[in-house]
Ligand binder design. Structure first.
Ligand code: HPA
Length: 274
């Protein structure tokens, strides 16, 4: 079955349950989970009920698509995400983004946690993505291109909403939240990087490094969606002397702490995205 037909089947199922009215799709990555508690929920659809949706690997963590509104703005939330390092294909990782586009989403919001590759970036800082470097050894657009979905060679010049980054920075300054713009480097993972690798990523112009986001951004761009993405810095990766061992528990703890600030920020930005 062709990807296009899988997307159509998913779209048809969702449209039989709800008339999607939002142009804003939000992937609840690490740090944005708290947004799910702020939604005035209209309808929830489990990933497992949507044709061709990948199945979450973590038992008990059912993925959900949530339709509702936050601060009076209609949104569609994806609670649950698929990472390349989990073993999914790039088509699976990005299928939810394709479906969001098919149901009318034009503006994609993504969050992640990432290592800080600049001296001034400390755990808890926010970095609004202005660009990325893809060092994952796979690309979701590889293979035969379906022109119904997007062009063979999408241009990546204007990928991130820098106007929204600017608004986000103004808000952070007002609220005393440490933040700046930066370049996200994506690696396949799942191991964290060696000191030599962190140094290399710094030298090539990276500000933050992580294992997600870029496949979704590439597919969003392929389908002519706009992207706003934010990293929460969870660990310091530069200079080499300041790197300490990092555990997933520390990463999650930093993300949870920052998520309250991210929540306030999103409430401010969502009305500007419509
Ligand atoms: N490297 C890659 N991914 C990450 C890191 C890191 O240091 N921290 C959080 N996600």
């Amino acid at each position: 079955m062709e990807l296009f037909d899988k997307i159509q089947a998913a779209e048809k199922y969702i449209s039989s349950k709800v008339t999607p009215q939002s142009k804003i799709g939000i992937v609840l990555g690490t740090g944005l989970g708290a947004l799910a508690e702020e939604v005035e929920i209209e309808l929830t659809i489990e990933f497992k009920d949507i044709p061709h949706f990948p199945e979450p690997t973590v038992l008990g963590h059912q993925g959900k698509m949530i339709f509702g509104s936050i601060a009076g703005v209609q949104v569609i939330l994806l609670a649950g995400r698929f990472h390349y390092y989990e073993g999914y294909t790039m088509e699976e990782v990005t299928f939810p983004i394709r479906v969001l586009s098919a149901i009318g989403v034009k503006q994609l919001v993504l969050s992640n946690v990432a290592g800080g590759l600049q001296e001034d970036l400390l755990p808890g800082h926010l970095v609004f993505l202005k660009d990325h470097i893809n060092l994952q050894h796979a690309n979701p657009l590889r293979g035969k291109n379906d022109e119904r979905l997007g062009p063979r060679f999408p241009d990546m010049l204007k990928t991130y909403r820098k106007d929204l980054n600017q608004k986000a920075l103004e808000f952070c300054e007002k609220m005393n939240i440490p933040a700046r713009q930066g370049v996200y480097v994506a690696l396949a993972g799942p191991n964290l990087e060696t000191p030599a690798e962190y140094n290399f990523l710094h030298l090539i112009g990276g500000d933050v490094v992580g294992m997600s986001t870029v496949p979704e951004v590439i597919v969003a761009k392929h389908m002519a969606m706009d992207v706003f993405a934010v990293s929460i810095v969870s660990n310091k990766c530069y200079p080499i002397e300041s790197i300490t061992e990092t555990t997933i528990e520390e990463v999650v703890a930093v993300a949870n702490k920052a998520s309250e600030q991210l929540l306030r920020l999103m409430k401010e930005l969502l009305p500007l995205m419509n």
